[in-house]
Design a protein around this ligand. Structure first.
Ligand SMILES: [Zn+2]
Ligand SMILES: [Zn+2]
Length: 222
């Protein structure tokens, strides 16, 4: 059973640990497949208008799959995101993106990575992505953002099909960063406070079976 006195994590790393404890019974799963299923579900419910009841939990569960996949790959979410989004847009190198891409500026990014300001919490990351992309995303429709998110997930899923090796770990980490950035940007666009919503749904328990660790398979509790 979940323990209501247990403190909720305040850092990204704490959230990753909590999720790995909730789903510790699950040895291996095709998270990428599940993420695509979640995305399809999100896509479907966005076309409806039952925002509170259906859509928000599906949105939050998508993030759980994302965290599970990071855990499976041994990624620290803070590092993955900072590597590609070190306080600037990796395509225009601006602190506030105007939406004009010059192609990815990987070389110049290393200079930004050494700067301070790396967030350590989901809320911090949502704020940083909102600062970079809030303006440009406010002119985009939620449908467009979901479409981009789906594309990013498909790209990551393609890479994840090959056996995980040192060669594809770096490109996979860049794809995971994009998923995170589009996801966080979408949350902001929709007025969702991801950290609050996520922690109230996953407060040391699986929201489907109410247990820690989740006693059914994640497929059942997906
Ligand atoms: Zn930009
Ligand atoms: Zn469960």
């Amino acid at each position: 059973m979940s323990d209501p006195t247990r403190k909720l994590p305040t850092t990204t790393l704490g959230v990753q640990r909590m999720i790995s404890m909730i789903y510790s019974g699950v040895i291996d799963y095709y998270y990428e497949e599940e993420m695509i299923i979640q995305l399809r579900r999100i896509g479907q419910v966005t076309r409806g208008l039952i925002m509170e009841k259906v859509y928000l939990p599906a949105f939050l569960d998508f993030f759980r799959w994302y965290v599970c996949l990071c855990n499976k790959l041994g990624f620290k979410l803070d590092d993955v995101l900072w590597n590609k989004y070190p306080g600037v847009c990796p395509y225009c190198l601006e602190r506030i993106c105007k939406g004009f891409s010059r192609g990815i500026q990987l070389e110049s990014l290393s200079r930004h990575r050494s700067q301070t300001g790396k967030p350590r919490s989901i809320r911090g990351w949502q704020r940083l992505i909102a600062r970079i992309y809030g303006q440009v995303n406010s002119t985009r429709s939620p449908e467009y953002l979901f479409e981009r998110l789906r594309e990013e997930v498909n790209e990551a899923a393609e890479l994840a099909q090959a056996p995980i090796s040192e060669q594809n770990l770096e490109p996979l980490s860049l794809e995971m960063a994009d998923i995170g950035a589009w996801f966080l940007g979408t949350a902001t666009r929709l007025g969702i406070d991801l950290e609050s919503g996520f922690l109230s749904r996953y407060n040391w328990k699986c929201p489907s079976c109410n247990e820690i660790p989740c006693f059914r398979s994640t497929r059942e509790c997906g």
